[in-house]
Design a protein around this ligand. Structure first.
Ligand code: NDP
Length: 687
């Protein structure tokens, strides 16, 4: 495939509702493989204070007025619209040096991440504007004073400063949780590959799906942007530790205690278990994974394997197998079918990687590849930022500080030997905090020792073995539901991690007060808040149902015949229900007791309204606890209270959570749980 030549595109920033070019000509950005000009970039003249103000005042209120489900719906629509245009992004992505599989990680990986957040938002968050965090904390004996932690969206702008290696994923994995939280974003892509980010943002803006100002883009330097941050803003950064530290200590960020999430250098390690000797499936998987991590995106991945830790006896076989694979990696133009690895993102980046390899050579020897002799299958070696994979070996890894300190951000890894597993763990920890580590083993003890040993130094740990070979997502793939980030050198930040990532853009507040008012704040019924009784709440559609609608049922006595009938009918003849002596010998019971599930079943029989009505289905219970034993002759009564209502967007029904409390004749709580139902929005239903 050939890349069509065209005049360099003048990139624009999208701020204050407009696309604006920089006032100056700016820097020319070159195609990674051909060296041809792709775009020019400049942000001179942009009023950054106004851009932040625009996001805060124009988009913030609109996003906050939406519920989580509405925001999730917005992300889904956006993700689907972007997916429909992916081929245009793939074509532009070639300029960055990305092959089709590299582009897939960036483009479809990014859009997929956005869609995952959309679906998690709908499934795991309430259709509300405020999130409760944890249980109600009762603070008084008479239940007149309680507390509830809540999370509410920050009222500022989230500034996302991104790295050059993932121009699409890097943006989408950050804006998806931010927008779901209800916070507007301002994205600053790394200049080198900003043309792809700019293209995607253009397509996003064209959809009209996001509220005006919810996504702004700065192409080029951010100028004095950070001087204008306030206490309600947040900054996330991905890039070099050097820049990250500089920005983290920016006076305005320090002065206003601005949340700063940093993801920087990471010398990720992988460990070959002592059981995974040559000839085992784990050894082969290990070789494949190391080679893949070295060559995917030409090693320009924050999660790539930089350090390869193997039992001393396996080192020769490992190096031979890796050399064989790496030698076969066809380097060339990213659009060519035969190409397995494209160039680095720029000539400057290649110079940088070569310099780092020289640093590594002071403590390690090259055992595969030659950084100064480029061998390519297609393209012009004089123009593109090509570099064949380079494998090094450090014989004395504990003395080779550079191997653990120096990040060569390209197709470069260093093999090192260990003599016992503690040494392997200690070597991995020498990275002083990384995004991810992996261990390849089929031995339970090895898995336990390595994972528990390296976990405090990592945000994610992958165990690879034969059983997960086909389904494993691999060492280098951050996933939307899992934490991405790492301690120490990796920056100390956390991104994604499912709904955890959404909470990074919200403020946690402990709200104390009387239950009636706490319930009004959260939109959830809590114990002690107002209740109202009347029509059976199962006769009410979502249009009529209110938080606090309550049913207090008639009472029902539990008899020995009931318990024996239930035992014989279900087969649950556990001794505590059937054998008086054995039950008495049990420390928890004075005599035979009723089954917990019989109590729950009788409760349903007491609270149910049997006729066809707006309650469509019962889809489970949450937090079921049996708190007091029920003896023969005890009487049960149920108090069922509407606790949470979540109408579904684009459906004729919603979820209703009911607080269900079962008490005995002494008013002791014998069972407590949430009943989960689907309820029609209207009854009779309108089709
Ligand atoms: P930088 O730290 O130079 O840049 C990262 C981002 O910060 C870019 O968007 C850059 O913009 C921006 N930036 C730079 N200086 C400032 C500033 N003073 N104020 C505000 N923003 C600023 O990293 P690079 O992308 O150039 O990569 C350099 C090295 O970083 C790599 O070789 C690699 O070692 C490491 N890296 C690590 C990653 C990881 O997650 N582990 C990911 C990517 C890189 P601009 O491009 O316009 O300068």
């Amino acid at each position: 495939m050939t890349i069509t030549l065209r005049a360099p595109r003048r990139l624009e920033s999208h701020v204050c509702g407009e696309w604006v070019p920089g006032a100056k000509e700016g820097q020319t950005l070159l195609d990674a493989a051909t060296g041809d000009p792709v775009a020019t970039i400049d942000s001179t003249g942009i009023d950054f204070a106004a851009a932040l103000d625009y996001g805060r005042t124009k988009a913030g209120p609109k996003l906050r007025a939406m519920t989580f489900h509405e925001r999730a719906g917005m992300l889904k629509a956006l993700g689907l619209a972007l997916m429909a245009q992916k081929e245009e992004f793939y074509a532009e992505s070639l300029h960055t040096g990305a092959t089709r599989p590299d582009g897939w990680v960036d483009i479809e990986g990014g859009i997929g991440t956005m869609l995952t957040f959309a679906s998690k938002g709908r499934r795991e968050l309430p259709n509300a504007r405020v999130l409760t965090d944890g249980d109600v904390e009762p603070l008084s004996r008479d239940n007149s004073f309680s507390a509830q932690h809540i999370l509410s969206p920050l009222q500022g702008v989230a500034i996302h400063i991104n790295a050059f290696n993932f121009p699409v994923w890097g943006m989408l994995e950050k804006i998806a949780p931010t927008l779901l939280a209800g916070v507007p974003c301002l994205v600053k892509p790394a200049s080198q590959t900003a043309y792809l980010t700019e293209l995607v943002v253009r397509r996003i803006v064209e959809t009209g799906i996001l509220p005006e100002g919810a996504l702004q883009l700065v192409c080029g330097s951010v100028g004095d942007l950070l001087d204008h941050v306030t206490e309600q803003d947040a900054v996330t950064f991905t890039g070099s530790a050097h820049t990250g530290r500089k920005l983290k200590t920016h006076p305005a960020i320090v002065q206003h205690s601005v949340r700063f999430t940093m993801e920087a250098d990471s010398l990720n390690a992988t460990i070959l278990g002592p059981d995974a000797v040559a000839g085992t499936p784990e050894f082969d998987l290990f070789v494949k994974e190391v080679a893949r991590e070295m060559t995917s995106k030409a090693g320009q991945k924050c999660t790539a394997i930089r350090r390869v830790i193997a039992p001393r006896g396996q080192v020769d076989a490992l190096i031979a197998a890796l050399r064989d694979r790496l030698d076969k990696t066809a380097l060339g133009l990213p659009g060519d079918e035969g190409t397995r690895m494209g160039p680095l993102a720029s000539l400057g980046q290649r110079d940088e990687v070569r310099a780092r390899i020289r640093e590594l050579q002071a403590v390690a020897e090259i055992v595969a590849g030659n950084p100064d002799d480029v061998r390519i299958a297609s393209g012009d070696a004089g123009k593109g930022a090509f570099l064949n994979p380079v494998l090094l070996y450090a014989d004395k890894p504990f003395e080779a500080a550079a191997v653990h300190d120096c990040e060569a951000f390209g197709p470069v890894s260093t093999v090192m030997a260990y003599d016992d597993l503690d040494e392997a763990v200690a070597l991995a920890a020498r990275g002083r905090g990384s995004l991810v580590s992996s261990v390849f083993t089929d031995d339970k003890d090895v898995a336990e020792r390595v994972v528990l040993g390296v976990a405090p130094f990592h945000g994610r740990v992958l165990i690879g073995n034969r059983a997960s070979a086909k389904t494993s997502t691999g060492h280098g793939s951050p996933l939307a539901p899992l934490v991405h980030g790492g301690p120490g050198r990796a920056g100390g930040g956390e991104e994604m991690g499912g709904i955890r990532g959404v909470k990074h853009f919200m403020q946690r507040t402990a709200v104390q007060g009387t239950p009636r008012l706490l319930s009004a704040v959260t939109g959830r019924w809590i114990k002690g808040a107002d209740t109202q009784q009347g029509t059976h709440p199962f006769r009410k559609s979502l249009a009529e149902l209110r938080i606090g609608d309550q049913l207090v049922t008639a009472a029902r006595k539990v008899t020995q015949e009931d318990v024996e009938h239930f035992a014989n009918f279900t087969g649950d003849t556990f001794y505590a229900h059937m054998d008086s002596d054995a039950a008495k010998a049990n420390p928890f019971f004075d005599d035979r007791v009723a089954h917990g599930y019989l109590i729950a079943s009788f409760a349903a029989g007491l609270f149910v309204e049997p006729n066809p009505g707006p309650v469509l289905a019962n889809y489970g219970v949450d937090n079921l606890r049996f708190l007091t034993p029920v003896y023969f002759g005890d009487t049960l009564q149920v108090r069922l209270t509407c606790k949470e209502i979540n109408p579904r967007e684009n459906a004729g029904h919603g979820e209703v959570r009911w607080d269900c409390q079962v008490t005995n004749q002494k008013a002791e709580v014998v069972a407590q749980y949430d009943v989960l139902t689907m309820v029609a929005k209207q009854w009779p239903q309108v089709s």
